[in-house]
Design a protein around this ligand. Structure first.
Ligand SMILES: [Zn+2]
Length: 90
């Protein structure tokens, strides 16, 4: 089975970043559709990083960190959150 590890990391980081964003901008819509749009937009701006689910989890993380930094993910997520929050599509 193939997993896009970028998607896994975006899912993890998204919860923290959207919480922080909603605190700063209380008008941010947090409905399911906006959340999905935000994640989709961030993922479309990031390189995919497919791994086999049989690969050891430590290897996955090392490989991932080499290809895509956490900073890159954070920037993509913040941009996506701001874009969707400015013009929600729900
Ligand atoms: Zn919404």
């Amino acid at each position: 089975m193939l997993i896009n590890y970028t998607e896994v990391m975006v899912g993890e980081l998204f919860e923290r970043i959207i919480e922080e964003h909603a605190r700063q901008f209380p008008g941010t819509c947090l409905c399911e559709k906006c959340r999905e749009s935000m994640k989709a937009m961030a993922l479309n701006n990031l390189p995919v990083n497919y791994i086999s689910s049989r690969t050891g989890s430590i290897m996955k993380r090392v490989g991932f960190e080499e290809n895509t930094s956490k900073g890159q993910l954070t920037v993509a997520l913040i941009n996506a959150i701001q874009t969707v929050a400015d013009s929600p599509n729900h």
